[in-house]
Write a protein that binds this ligand. Structure first.
Ligand code: ADP
Ligand code: MG
Length: 366
């Protein structure tokens, strides 16, 4: 799957442009505030029907204009599809595929898989546990049907239970109901996370071995707040029991202390906890391995090669890592923005195009 071309009308700082892309690597060079991220936002929008920067669609319309339009030609299994999104001054969005209006934006999602890779992702190793949970959940929402529902239901029940725990009079029979629900959704989350981390542990270990030239042994381990049981059924019963046992603490603390909302993933290299003791270089390399394993896993699970958007990631990596990143993913179309790239790194690329962006105008360089 790849994007053949895009047309932007009154989108962000673009007035009216049309660009054709290479089906492998597309590098966009440009100084600050020229429109690099805006272009990636436009590409993302047409696949996901939402921006990665804002939830207010009106902001996407070029200042002083009434509407914006983004149109892309996407090749999926040798078929060309034209997707078009128009956003009007009220922020209303109309989506068409091959000229036919679609009712649910989820229809767009089924067509194109897009992964965005930002400097934030390179911080996943040293960030707080919450960021790693988010990474895991975002990934699982893309590849596991039902996970999105489980996670949003779990969060909803958790919030209600915590609100209830703050009341003056607590009735055990009410907590029983929340506990039952929490254990139902939570146990599925724990079970799916456990299997997921086991998979990316294996994949990222192999990738990391290559990136580090065999020097480091990466390992990812699920640090589950509630230890996974032997089967999903036992998991639910065990979680329910743990909630019962910790009920006294929860009432005293007016908060739910146990459950997958406290999970973490331990990332180590040769038994050293990289979060606490890794150098910045080690942490970034591990993050790159984990991100690349995310892509590989999506490919394994869906049989598709997702399109990758790399926004300002290159400058965070040294030349060797840049070369690895650009050349290890032979089958994926990539859109890369950067202020600068070394001529040697460009030479190492087998197939691609280099563009220059200057205040909302895009020209081909090579
Ligand atoms: N709705 C809009 N209309 C016009 N210009 C916009 C709009 N939204 C953002 N911009 C402009 O786009 C520029 C930032 O573009 P961006 O793609 O983030 O730059 P970069 O090349 O640094 O990634 C800023 O100058 C900003 O003012
Ligand atoms: Mg930018």
């Amino acid at each position: 799957m790849y994007i053949k071309s895009i047309e932007l009308n009154n989108f962000r700082n673009y007035e009216n442009i049309r660009v054709s892309f290479n089906n492998k690597i597309n590098i966009f060079l440009g100084n600050n505030a020229q429109g690099k991220t805006n272009l990636l936002e436009g590409i993302y929008l047409n696949a996901m029907a939402r921006s990665f920067k804002t939830t207010k669609d009106k902001e996407l319309i070029r200042f002083g204009q009434e509407y914006c339009k983004i149109k892309t030609s996407v090749i999926v299994d040798d078929d060309e599809q034209i997707t078009e999104i128009v956003i009007n001054s009220e922020g209303k969005k109309a989506v068409k595929i091959d000229g036919v209006k679609i009712k649910k934006t989820s229809e767009l999602l089924e067509r194109v898989l897009i992964i965005i890779f930002s400097p934030e992702d390179l911080k996943i190793v040293k960030d707080e546990p919450e960021k790693r949970r988010k990474f895991i959940d975002r990934e699982l929402c893309q590849i596991k049907t039902g996970y999105y529902n489980d996670i949003s239901n779990y969060k909803k029940v958790l919030k209600q239970r915590n609100t209830y725990l703050k009341e003056n009079v607590i009735e055990n029979s009410v907590l029983d109901i929340w506990d039952y629900e929490l254990a139902k959704y939570g146990s599925r989350i724990i079970w799916i996370r456990k299997k997921f981390i086991k998979k990316i542990d294996k994949i990222s270990r192999e990738i990391h071995d290559k990136i580090s030239g065999g020097r480091e042994n990466l390992s990812l381990k699920y640090e589950a707040n509630i230890k996974p049981s032997k089967s999903p059924e036992e998991m639910e019963a065990d979680f329910y029991e743990i909630l019962k046992e910790s009920r006294g603490d929860d009432i005293r603390n007016k908060n739910t202390g146990r459950g997958p909302h406290k999970d973490d993933m331990k990332i180590s290299a040769d038994q050293i906890d990289l979060r606490k003791f890794g150098s910045q270089g080690q942490q970034r390399t591990a993050a790159l391995s984990i991100k690349l394993s995310e892509i590989k896993l999506i490919e394994d699970e869906t049989g598709e090669n997702p399109i990758l958007l790399l926004d300002d990631v290159l400058s965070e990596l040294d030349n060797d890592r840049q070369r690895y990143l650009l050349n290890s993913l032979g089958k994926n179309q990539m859109f890369i923005t950067t202020a600068d790239i070394s001529g040697n790194v460009i030479k190492s690329i087998a197939e691609g195009k280099v563009y220059k962006i200057v205040s909302g105008e895009i020209d081909i360089e090579i």
